[in-house]
Ligand binder design. Structure first.
Ligand SMILES: C[S@@+](CC[C@H](N)C(=O)[O-])C[C@H]1O[C@@H](n2cnc3c(N)ncnc32)[C@H](O)[C@@H]1O
Length: 208
């Protein structure tokens, strides 16, 4: 549902109990924020939150954080999922700021249907470009895991190359997630793309 105006969005954000308003103050303290030492998984570009919310419901022994750069989109996520979960927090920020928000605290990063930035001159903006992989290196704990889903074959191919160049190896690569036996929680975009008959590409990349 569309938010009527900017005021609605501001009120939702102001009153949201699970949106971290000053996330940089939590750097190196996220386990304390969650009140346990469970793994922390981060989704970058959570959109309206379908994936991260249902992951948090399904896996109560993992802490989840959703990051989204657009305030309007975060407002819509809060409207859709008003109920706080103990193992879920959300952050309104750009992935370029991740090193200000996290020390080496993250175990897994999810990149779901990230913007493809198809032009060559836009390649650095892709969330799997070297620019972002260098940032992720500084927020990952000792071992690094990126799980990616996309309908976009060009983005998928360029991600395989950049991840591989950056020292990641692939635990799984699948070109038709819906017809696999991989355990999967759908995202909003995934639901739309699957309804159009598009195939979903999936990978798990790890780096020790
Ligand atoms: C195509 S949408 C996909 C949303 C959701 N992951 C899904 O699959 O339904 C991409 C989302 O990533 C967000 N995004 C793109 N670049 C980002 C960045 N650098 N930092 C944080 N969020 C970003 C966009 O605002 C948008 O909400």
């Amino acid at each position: 549902m569309r938010l009527r105006n900017i005021k609605d969005k501001d009120i939702l954000i102001e009153n949201c109990t699970y949106l971290e308003k000053n996330p940089q103050n939590n750097k190196n303290k996220w386990s304390k924020i969650f009140g346990n030492n469970n793994e922390i998984h981060l989704e970058i570009g959570m959109g309206k939150g379908d994936f991260i919310y249902h992951m948090a419901l399904k896996y109560p022994h993992i802490n989840f954080i959703g990051l989204e750069k657009y305030t309007g989109v975060i407002g819509r996520a809060i409207k859709k999922y008003p109920q706080e979960l103990p193992n879920l927090r959300i952050i309104n920020s750009d992935a370029l700021n991740l090193e200000n928000i996290f020390a080496k605290e993250i175990s897994t990063i999810y990149l779901n249907f990230s913007d493809p930035w198809p032009k060559k001159r836009q390649a650095k903006r892709r969330l799997t470009s070297e620019v972002f992989l260098a940032i992720y290196d500084n927020i990952f704990k000792a071992s690094k895991k990126i799980i990616m889903k996309t309908d976009n074959l060009n983005l998928f191919a360029s991600s395989l190359v950049s991840l591989s160049k950056y020292g990641y190896i692939f635990e799984d690569v699948n070109l038709d997630l819906a017809n696999s036996d991989i355990d999967n929680i759908l995202t909003e975009y995934e639901t739309k793309f699957m309804a159009q008959g598009l195939k979903i590409n999936y990978l798990i990349a790890i780096k020790k």
